[in-house]
Design a protein. Structure first.
Length: 449
């Protein structure tokens, strides 16, 4: 249930309507509150602060109408500018980054401010009454608040122009995605190497898997297709403990599953019934697109997509690709200092209950470098920066298997450069950087496993 709530909250804050709608509701509540205060205290307040007097119902209606008309016009302009920015971002950086622009707080608050001010003025207008002197009602306090909102809206408009022009610049886009990647690493791998004490010395991992698991396990198949957005592993643990079964997860968040594809394997299969199948399906959240709540490689893929598009002949922007490589190297250094949880999850009674499909540091290295290496093979600058990034990451890794993954990437970069670079000086520069990486490999081997 907790995972479902977090997933729904992520959908809400990623939508373009939620925050403006919330601000509009608050504006409606504010209008009724201010009108009520005007009915009770307006005459007393005006005696002490005479400049709040709105100079009659005609002047009040004219002022409120002007503000309301201006705000709805500005809201339309802001919406149009936002759509243009989304179109440009989609063409230059890829459609998967549109989610980052839609969840941008600056754009949401700007649109919400103008719509809220419009609604507030519209509702205050209906409270203004003219006619006989004893029937005249001018909500002076409400009009004063409308003026304050109008001035604040002008400030928000200036901020929006600056913000939207900044948000579509390539370095800013890359920096925002990289920040999301750092947050994902901190959220999914909270423990730093050396901080967490080994409390599972009685657990043997693969040795605790029953010998007849493959023969006796039964699959639970997906009832529909889609991307796995989140898995409630705590729910699976509780279910496995309650039913005394072992569950092996066959797919991780970020994977696409087709209908009838196995999501988990349950051992022993004889205990599998409709109730267990239904409870297991409730722990999986499937959707039409990937999210980064439990999928650390999603943010990596976003940076890779920006880099690959920058290397395409239509754009031909190697500097943006190099910027992505720098951010990926920084993130991998950050991840190298984290403890990746074991796929073998035990209950309080030290029984193996869940085998997760987990992300490893070598798989993150492959996701970060493979496509950039393939598409950037003809760019000397990108090739050299890939090798430089590997050299930097090498200073942060602690396990030999991680060093081996980096070595493989360096070797593939070197081989591909020999095949695609025809200029001798270019090959010499790449080889010089490759030799520097190999020297770094020979310096020292860490193994904290």
């Amino acid at each position: 249930m907790k995972v479902w709530i977090f997933n729904q909250w992520d959908h809400l804050r990623s939508s373009f309507w939620f925050l403006p709608a919330t601000m509009s509701v608050l504006a409606i509540a504010l209008s009724f509150t201010m009108i009520k205060l005007d009915e009770e205290f307006a005459s007393t307040v005006i005696e002490h602060v005479p400049w709040l007097w709105a100079r009659g119902p005609d002047g009040a209606l004219s002022l409120l109408s002007t503000i309301a008309g201006s705000m709805i016009t500005i809201a339309g302009v802001v919406f149009s500018i936002t759509i243009v920015a989304l179109t440009l971002a989609s063409a230059q950086f890829g459609p998967r980054l549109l989610r980052n622009f839609m969840r941008d707080r600056g754009n949401q608050i700007s649109l919400g401010t103008f719509i809220s001010t419009f609604l507030y003025c519209l509702l205050v207008i209906r409270a203004v009454k003219g006619g006989e002197p004893d029937q005249v009602f001018v909500p002076s306090l409400s009009i004063a608040v409308a003026l304050v909102l109008a001035v604040a809206s002008l400030g928000v408009l200036i901020y929006f122009m600056h913000h939207v022009s900044l948000s579509i610049q390539a370095p800013q886009v890359v920096a925002v995605v990289a920040e999301d990647l750092h947050h994902a690493i901190d959220r999914l791998f909270p423990n730093k190497i050396g901080e967490e004490k080994n409390t599972t010395h009685n657990h043997h991992g693969e040795k605790d898997v029953p010998a007849d698991f493959e023969e006796m396990a039964s699959p639970v198949r997906a009832t529909r297709g889609g991307y796995i957005q989140a898995i409630d592993t705590d729910g699976l643990m509780n279910l496995a403990e309650e039913k005394d079964i072992l569950i092996r997860i066959e797919r991780r968040p970020g994977h696409f599953v087709v209908k009838k594809a196995p999501l988990v394997m349950v051992w022993p299969g004889a205990r599998l019934d409709d109730e267990i199948v239904e409870q297991i399906m409730e722990t999986f959240i499937l959707g039409v697109q990937r999210t980064q709540e439990q999928d650390v490689e999603f943010a990596i893929d976003q940076l890779v997509e920006v880099a690959v598009r920058a290397l395409s002949p239509g754009i031909n922007d190697p500097f943006t690709a190099i910027n992505c490589i720098d951010r990926l190297g920084e993130a991998l250094c950050h991840a190298a200092g984290r403890t990746f949880p074991s796929p073998y999850r035990y209950s309080e009674h030290h029984g193996l209950r869940v085998i997760a499909f987990h992300v490893t540091f070598p798989s993150m290295i492959e996701a970060a470098f493979n496509q950039i290496r393939q598409y950037g093979r003809s760019s000397v600058g990108v090739t050299i920066r890939l090798l430089e990034s590997i050299e930097v990451i090498l200073t942060c890794v602690h396990l030999e298997k991680d060093r081996h993954a980096l070595r493989e990437q360096a070797n593939m970069i070197k081989r591909r450069s020999e095949e695609t670079l025809f200029e001798e000086l270019d090959r010499r520069e790449v080889n010089k950087r490759y030799q520097a990486v190999m020297t770094a490999f020979r310096k020292k081997t860490y193994d904290y496993s």
